[in-house]
Design a protein around this ligand. Structure first.
Ligand code: SPV
Ligand code: MG
Length: 302
């Protein structure tokens, strides 16, 4: 059996450890390499960011196989474990388990599945966020666990009840049901600008399973509050995509206005930085090893 753990510290170890772990978003091979190079221990393969980089809306416009292809490029680019945003599983239990097993084969260490119906809409867009029936969603979780018996492959169940305005009792009831169905961790999502409902959830949940959060909207809350609450993983979910978008808009604007690239050289990455991230030095060493070497002056037999 292929192990889902890619480095010394597997995703399962990190998510079950007592210390807080930070996962950072990547959306292609290069951004994944940047995440690893910066020192993050976990890569979040964000559905929003992968969709956006492909030019799709985060509304299941990208197919699951397009997402898997991107994850495969990221898995080739880095050694750190990858937690993949599987959205709602692209259908019923059968689609969810198919996607999960493909992800594992291409190098993912875990999948996060959210309790919405297909097609989902990004949690920060509009107010239409219909939830899946709890029992039906539990079937999706169980099907993934049955299809992938590897205990190192992490299944995160994501609760959207607070996003959908269904309240804390519904969120907690779902957390209990998803734990019973075999989830390894719970992602509780909120789009409030403060962390109150997230912290209320953690007080009531008492870490029955590790808790994962995505503080995109409540970004002002200090990380110390999450440590105090015993939260296991914080996902910085879209900040490489947004950093790249801001930088590209800025640079394109300058070049179009100035009609020269003379002034922006110091503001962009050098090509050597790109070559380093993508390990061109490994290719050079491999060429030395595998390509025929230049004539040494020794006469070859005729
Ligand atoms: C993602 O990164 O795609 C997420 C997080 O699912 S969020 O955009 O907050 O829904
Ligand atoms: Mg997503």
């Amino acid at each position: 059996m292929i192990s889902a753990g890619r480095t010394a510290e597997s995703l399962l170890q990190l998510i079950t450890a007592s210390e807080l772990t930070f996962a950072m978003e990547g959306h292609d091979g290069l951004s994944a390499a940047v995440v690893e190079h910066a020192g993050f221990k976990v890569l979040w393969a964000s559905g929003l960011s992968i969709s956006s980089s492909l030019g799709y809306r985060d509304a299941n416009e990208a197919s699951w196989s397009e997402v898997v292809n991107v994850v495969e490029r990221m898995a080739d680019a880095v050694q750190i474990p990858i937690l993949v945003d599987g959205d709602s599983g692209f259908g019923n239990f059968n689609n969810a388990r198919l996607m999960a097993s493909k992800l594992r084969r291409c190098g993912a260490s875990g999948i996060c599945l959210e309790d919405k119906v297909f097609p989902k809409m990004n949690s920060f867009v509009g107010d239409r966020h219909p939830l899946a029936e709890t029992a039906e969603f539990c079937g999706r979780l169980k099907a993934i666990k049955d299809r992938i018996p590897d205990p190192e492959f992490v299944l995160v169940a994501r609760i959207e009840a607070l996003i959908a305005g269904q309240g804390m009792d519904e969120a907690l009831a779902r957390a209990y049901a998803y734990a019973e169905a075999g989830a390894d961790a719970i992602l509780i999502h909120s789009r409030r600008s403060d962390a109150e409902e997230i912290l209320a959830f953690t007080r009531a949940w008492q870490n029955r399973l590790p808790v994962v959060i995505v503080p995109t909207k409540y970004y002002r809350t200090p990380v110390s509050a999450y440590r105090a609450a015993g939260i296991s993983m914080v996902i910085w979910a879209n900040h490489n995509l947004r950093a790249a978008t801001a930088a590209m808009c800025h640079i394109c604007g300058r070049i179009v206005r100035e009609e020269t690239i003379a002034g922006i050289e110091s503001e962009v990455a050098t090509l050597d930085e790109v070559f380093d991230l993508l390990k061109y030095q490994e290719l050079a060493a491999a060429e030395e090893r595998y390509l025929p070497q230049k004539a040494s002056g020794v006469r070859q037999p005729a």
